[in-house]
Design a protein around this ligand. Structure first.
Ligand code: B16
Ligand code: MG
Length: 219
């Protein structure tokens, strides 16, 4: 078995947009009249925009109509975009740039598999778009992670088999999606939380693509 493609999640793996999501959701909660804490925000990581809103409303004990929910999600996104528009290459997480450059040099296929509908804009602002052969994001899928759809679509576009793909994920639901897709998975974060991953590293700093692939190739 040989890994031919790398698929990266975005938020929490390549950049840390969670704090911008948090500021924007907290503002919506404030307008609705309740507090939304950073700890509660952890539940939104890797989850789609509408599912995030459902969790927020659950925290506030509120029930709204579909129309009201759509308006709130739009409002949150407009607020979130004011932060995203100002993002720069300096916000790419440590070690990511050399890792992507090495993958390119090794002629591996590289895809993004993210729940975010803003993924292309974030890659553009952080100057990472040229590293990706394809982007599969929240605009392209019907089922959110832990459903494997996002990663299976990426493999299809890259014309590789699932077992030739290595996924990098920071969220439990994302690790599950990768494993359900029949792919290998490196968790970025804590081994306790991401125990379903084949390997867990704290971040990309100090890790080369060659080091990581050695652990998977011909397994
Ligand atoms: P948007 P990922 C996810 O990104 C975030 O982790 C999650 O908090 C967010 O709700 C979701 O994207 C949708 O984002 O509102 O921009 O469409 O981790 O899958 O890259
Ligand atoms: Mg993530």
């Amino acid at each position: 078995m040989t890994i031919r493609a790398l698929i990266f999640d975005l938020d929490g793996v390549i950049v840390d947009t969670a704090r911008y999501h948090y500021i924007a959701w907290r503002e919506i909660a404030r307008e609705l009249g309740f507090r939304f804490t950073e700890k509660e925000n952890e539940r939104l990581k890797g989850v789609s925009r509408m599912q995030s809103l459902d969790i927020l409303l659950q925290v506030g004990g509120l029930q709204l109509t579909q129309h009201e929910k759509e308006q709130l999600a739009e409002k949150k996104n407009a607020h979130y975009l004011t932060y995203i528009e100002r993002m720069t290459a300096g916000e790419v997480l440590p070690g990511v740039l050399p890792f992507l450059a090495e993958a390119k040099e090794m002629k591996l296929r590289v895809a993004l598999g993210s729940a975010s509908k803003n993924a292309p804009l974030i890659l553009e602002k952080t100057m990472l778009s040229p590293f990706f052969d394809c982007i599969v994001d929240g605009n392209d899928v019907n089922a959110a992670k832990p459903d494997p759809e996002v990663f299976l679509k990426a493999a299809q576009l890259l014309e590789v088999k699932p077992e030739e793909c290595l996924v990098f994920e920071d969220a439990e639901a994302g690790v599950e999606a990768a494993r359900r897709a029949g792919m290998w998975c490196v968790g970025i974060g804590s081994p306790q939380v991401l125990s379903a991953a084949n390997l867990v590293i704290p971040g990309f700093s100090g890790f080369s693509v060659r080091d990581i692939l050695e652990k998977f190739n011909s397994k």
